[in-house]
Design a protein around this ligand. Structure first.
Ligand code: KIV
Ligand code: ZN
Length: 514
């Protein structure tokens, strides 16, 4: 049994299936670069058959990423396999991940196929994928509720057909750690050719057990874990990458394997994913939550001062917490700015990108004395900044508020090149501003989420706002940052409107499975 645990990150695929977490191709590429820097082995970049946008996004990631394998998901149907193959064709190392459900309820109610038909389809899909690439992964969807003997038959056949990795998903998060470990142990023992494939696990968090189940499986021999940054994913999410990686690294006395992850990249990548998706990280979240290394009680503080190990089992800097240095200020030059951006994983590729980014940084530096790494990340993920200029742009904003009375907002928008003005009253400055924006654009989406958080400390901190809008069944997130939170809010609202206007992507697994 190998002592290397392969990390398969699916933030860009399963993570993106969280309602409202859909990402543009530029955002996917930015996150993929951060994952590559973190030394993730495999990046599942998307589900190319889900939409033309996802196909292009996977293709873009496959072209740019050199040090990680880039994977595309495909159902066991010809069209999906063909699209997945074309999407990862340009990758230095590409993988096709094909799946079909094997649980009685899925086969009977969803697929309407018999066991034999499912087995035949699985073999066909793996063989078809092998015509495109040697690196093929097969998943029996809902394995956690499948019949053991049937699962053994399917896995044996899939391995014989050429699957190099067989992934065991607990699709609905139903399993318990001891039971899931038994399942993996049994499969590895009973499938006659199990030594010819890497056994992988993919756990969902419906009962809050995704990480526990994954680790139980690793303990009995699984050598690939499928996970996401911040545990993002369908419904309650997937197993969180940072928790699995740090559990295995911290408990080397227990696990007989380790990953190649550069753990110092964990916190910056977690922040990046949170900013891009608008999914805030709860303060008490393990490893990456703001309180994960904060000691409140006097007894704990005293202990840590005397000897850190009394209350800390990991070092904050080992997971990247020390990185939020004061880096730049008003007098910093373009070179220093560009250098720090590179260190943070942002490549400003063209002279134009650098010029725009530096101009925005200077505007921020005029208003904010000290600029921290997190401020720079905030600037980069504000889509009004570099990632995405939409049809609607904010030109000017003035708000007046009298406590206890209505607020008034007057703003100027540029829509498709035309400058327009509007004024509206509202219950507070944000409400008034959103009403003014709405009076100028044609759509009237439902505001599903509005959240503000300050990126760094101090009253001059950059405020980061996330807005989630829903229209005609489509959900998008928009982001904006500014030292003025009303301006940040309007930027976030406009960003979401631009995404509603431009994106045509449907939920990756909305269409019924075969
Ligand atoms: O949860 C699941 O079963 C999946 C498969 C596509 C691997 O995401
Ligand atoms: Zn999943």
């Amino acid at each position: 049994m190998s002592d290397r645990l392969i990390v398969f990150d699916t933030t860009l695929r399963d993570g993106e299936q969280s309602p409202g977490a859909s990402m543009t191709s530029d955002e996917k590429l930015t996150i993929a670069k951060a994952l590559e820097k973190m030394r993730v082995d495999i990046i599942e970049a998307g589900f190319p058959a889900a939409s033309p946008g996802d196909f292009e996004a996977v293709k873009k990631v496959a072209k740019e990423i050199k040090d990680s394998t880039v994977c595309a998901l495909a159902r066991a149907v010809a069209g999906d396999l063909d699209k997945a193959a074309r999407a990862v064709q340009a990758a230095r190392s590409g993988r096709i991940h094909t799946f079909i459900a094997t649980s009685p309820i899925h086969m009977r109610e969803k697929l309407r196929l018999t066991e034999d038909q499912v087995l035949e389809r699985a073999v066909w899909a793996v063989k078809t994928a092998r015509n495109y690439t040697d690196d093929v992964e097969f998943s029996p969807e809902d394995a956690g509720r499948s019949d053991l003997d049937f699962l053994c038959r399917v896995l044996e056949a899939a391995i014989k057909a050429g699957a190099r990795t067989v992934n065991i998903p607990d699709t609905v998060g139903y399993n318990l750690p001891g039971q899931f470990a038994d399942l993996i142990r049994n499969l590895m023992e009973k499938v006659p050719n199990s030594d010819q494939a890497v056994f992988s696990v993919h756990c969902h968090d419906d009962l809050g057990l995704a990480v526990a189940n994954s680790l139980a499986a690793v303990h009995v021999g699984a050598r690939q874990v499928e996970c996401t940054i911040n545990g993002l994913g369908e419904r309650a999410g997937n197993a969180s990458l940072e928790e699995i990686v740090m559990a295995v690294r911290t408990r080397q006395d227990f696990f007989h394997c380790d990953t190649q992850i550069d753990t110092t990249q964990i916190v910056p990548t977690s922040r990046l994913v949170s900013s891009v998706t608008g999914f805030a990280i709860q303060p008490n979240k393990a490893i990456v939550g703001a309180n994960a290394f904060a000691h409140e009680s006097g007894i704990h503080q005293d202990g840590v001062i005397k000897k850190r190990e009394t209350y800390e089992i990991m070092r904050a800097q080992d997971v990247g917490w020390s990185n939020n240095r004061m880096v730049l200020g008003k007098h910093s030059g373009r070179h220093a700015f560009n250098q720090r951006m590179k260190e943070l994983g942002f490549e400003l590729e063209t002279e134009e990108d650098l010029k725009n980014a530096f101009a925005k940084f200077k505007r921020l530096a005029d208003r904010k004395h000290e600029i921290f790494d997190d401020d720079l990340v905030g600037l980069m993920v504000d889509s009004n900044f570099v990632l995405n200029e939409g049809r609607v742009r904010l030109e000017s904003l003035r708000v007046s508020s009298d406590s206890g009375k209505h607020s008034t907002a007057s703003l100027g928008l540029c829509i498709d090149g035309e400058s327009l003005q509007a004024t509206a009253d509202g219950n507070g400055p944000v409400d008034a501003s959103f009403r003014a924006v709405k009076s100028l654009v044609e759509s009237d989406p439902v505001l599903e989420l509005y959240s503000v958080h300050s990126i760094t400390g101090g009253t001059d901190a950059l405020g980061e706002v996330s807005v989630r809008l829903k229209e005609n069944g489509r959900i998008v997130n928009g982001h904006g940052s500014d030292t003025d939170i009303v301006t940040a809010s309007v930027r976030a609202y406009i960003d979401a409107l631009n995404r509603l206007g431009s994106s045509t992507r449907s939920h990756p697994q909305k269409d019924s499975m075969i």
